[in-house]
Design a binder for this molecule. Structure first.
Ligand code: PTJ
Length: 248
């Protein structure tokens, strides 16, 4: 279906189409469509725009990625369908590895996602060669299987649209975790070191641009970021938006 740019919901309808197209290509699972619905609901509540607090989190994330020795971008089905090009650009600008890591794991889907990322410019994609498989302790889901050249040795991992268990397990395993989650109250959002409460389709673009501007060579030494405080501010914004709607 062709959606005119003037349509009041053009942006969110285009995002939906990208996800459905990813589903038809075998990148996204049915559950991923449901997860997107949860995201859409929170996107309404933040006003379908990047919050001031999210800009602050993006700056902190750029600083953490550029300071990392071995950063990794973890990619699931939804992320690949929505942000393939931005994932590749972010990997280029930060020197991060790209690793496919799925909750509903299958060899076929991992391969399809890796090929899709390669079509979008990725030179190397980790996470689907059993020869390099390692396990993250204290995690039951298929997401515990990681690549020994990637997530296993990473110091910083970007894990967008995540489930809480894995964020907790990664943290216990000594990793710094950055996440994108439109729900500032989710376990992932509350557990990560840096939570970007924004739609990945907006936030990833901004993260790439911020990393480009923030050069590796001239990083601020005493950069400070309080994730809890920032999250509380995001929750307050949602509360105020709801209040405004109920008084309208
Ligand atoms: O591809 P797989 O097999 O690894 O499966 C991935 C899914 C997405 C199905 C899995 O990770 C999942 O079930 O995720 P959850 O537990 O539903 O969590 C997704 C979180 O991401 C929720 O808090 C949503 O609000 C949020 N979310 C969904 N879409 C977006 C989003 N946040 C930012 N941008 C979005 N576009």
């Amino acid at each position: 279906m062709l959606i005119p740019r003037s349509h009041p919901r053009a942006a969110s309808l285009h995002i939906r189409e990208k996800l459905v197209s990813g589903y038809r290509k075998g990148l996204v699972v049915e559950e991923g469509l449901l997860a997107h619905g949860r995201g859409e609901m929170f996107d309404y509540l933040v006003g379908e725009k990047t919050l001031k607090t999210s800009h602050a989190a993006i700056k902190a994330a750029a600083h953490m990625l550029l300071s990392a020795k071995h950063p990794v971008i973890s990619v699931n089905g939804n992320m690949a369908a929505l942000c393939a090009r931005e994932i590749v650009r972010l990997a280029q600008v930060t020197g991060a590895e790209i690793e496919v890591n799925l909750f509903y794991a299958s060899k076929k889907r991992k391969k399809a996602i890796a090929n899709f990322l390669k079509k979008n410019g990725a030179r190397k994609v980790l996470g689907f060669d059993a020869k390099f498989s390692q396990k993250i302790p204290r995690l039951d889901s298929a997401r515990r299987v990681v690549d020994e050249r990637g997530m296993f040795i990473a110091d910083v991992v970007l894990v967008p649209l995540e489930d809480g268990d894995r964020t907790i397990a990664l943290k216990k395993f000594g990793k710094k975790v950055i996440t994108f989650d439109l729900n500032p109250m989710s376990r992932t959002a509350q557990t990560a070191d840096i939570t970007i409460v924004d739609n990945v389709t907006r936030g990833m673009e901004l993260l790439v641009e911020t990393c480009k501007k923030m050069k590796k060579s001239s990083l601020e030494k005493n950069f400070k970021f309080d994730n809890k405080k920032n999250l509380n501010q995001s929750i307050l914004t949602i509360k105020n938006n709801l209040g405004r709607l109920s008084h309208a």
